[in-house]
Design a protein around this ligand. Structure first.
Ligand code: B12
Length: 272
């Protein structure tokens, strides 16, 4: 294990924060290089350095102390840093753990938080397909189907676009999709996600990894305990959540869920 002097680490993380607050691209580049050379983990560089800088920017913008051009300059600094960090974020991954579709919901162009989440998940060994911003519910679900994804993660940064998270769950119900769905973004909360029938919420990029790990292990247990028969009924949480009154079946041959045809599905509307 590399021993990093606490004072040097604090100085570099402080400079990373400052580089975002002052949208100082040169300081960001120098500090990211120093941090990587010193072996500071990418997660810390993002959360404790760049993230803290973005927190200050958010507060200043919320209090009308700075305006959009400054926020955009700060955003570009974070994006530049994320690009530089890409090699160490992807090389951290030792195993493939699953496929996640990520995007910002329709009508929302905020991407920084979602990009942080993508980086964290990639670093933890997930294959992340980033659809970018302004993603419609159908585009999320089409990508999930095409890539046999395990989880969809949808970010919303505005109270107005929060409604699109609900629309995504409703569209998934209409399409009888069983993909798990997680949500986040500043105006999003655990209560909101429970209300709309989502599978999980996390407040940060660090927590998203724990959240997805726990969803995946739940899914894994279903599979392992259901290998006795070719077609075995399971109490699939995704179906229960959506108010479907009988379970899907797990087919271990194809390693996929198959929907039973009889009795007909009875579906409750998302009640949020
Ligand atoms: C940066 C920013 C911008 C940048 C975005 C640049 C980019 N490439 O993303 C720019 C300048 C372009 C911008 C534009 C606008 N913005 Co703006 N913006 C912000 C600001 C200051 C910071 C957001 C941010 O990046 N935070 C830092 C990241 C790291 O944090 P985060 O996004 O919360 O993400 C973390 C968690 O939430 C979580 N998470 C995030 N996504 C997900 C997803 C999943 C699945 C999970 C599990 C977790 C998760 O993990 C992340 C990492 O830790 C916020 C202020 C604020 N208080 O949030 C306003 C803010 C969001 N913007 C706002 C507005 C109004 C706008 C504009 C409409 C302004 C305008 N007049 O044009 C436009 C939006 C146009 C549109 N259609 O989307 C408002 C929204 C108000 C509302 N209605 O709720 C805010 C709150 C500012 C304010 N107080 O008025 N903005």
């Amino acid at each position: 294990m590399v021993c990093i002097p606490a004072a040097s680490k604090a100085r570099i993380l402080g400079n990373l924060k400052k580089s975002v607050e002052t949208w100082d691209f040169a300081l960001m580049e120098k500090s990211v290089d120093q941090a990587m050379k010193m072996g500071i983990p990418a997660e810390e560089i993002i959360e404790e350095g760049l993230g803290k800088g973005m927190e200050s920017i958010s507060k200043l913008f919320d209090n009308a102390k700075i305006y959009l051009p400054q926020v955009m300059a700060a955003s570009r600094t974070v994006e530049g840093a994320m690009k530089k960090l890409e090699p160490i974020l992807s090389s951290d991954a030792a195993v493939y753990r699953g496929t996640i579709i990520m995007g910002s919901v329709e009508g929302d162009i905020h991407e920084i938080g979602k990009n942080v989440c993508c980086a964290m998940l990639r670093g933890a060994g997930y294959k992340v397909i980033d659809l970018g911003s302004d993603v419609s519910p159908d585009d999320f679900l089409n990508a999930a189907e095409e890539n046999s994804a395990d989880v969809i993660g949808a970010s919303a940064l505005m109270t107005t676009t929060l409604q699109m998270q609900k629309r995504l769950v409703q569209t998934a119900n209409e399409r009888q999709s069983t993909v798990m769905m997680i949500f986040g973004g500043a105006p999003c909360s655990k209560e909101w996600v429970e209300k709309i029938g989502g599978d999980g919420y996390s407040a940060s990029g660090t927590e998203i990894v724990t959240l997805v790990n726990s969803l995946m292990s739940r899914k894994g247990r279903f599979c392992l305990s259901k290998t006795r028969y070719d077609y075995m009924a399971v109490n699939n949480t995704a179906f229960r959540r959506k108010g479907i009154n009988h379970p899907s079946v797990w087919n271990p041959r194809t390693a996929g869920y198959v929907r039973q045809r009889e009795p007909p599905l009875v579906r409750a509307e998302a009640n949020a």
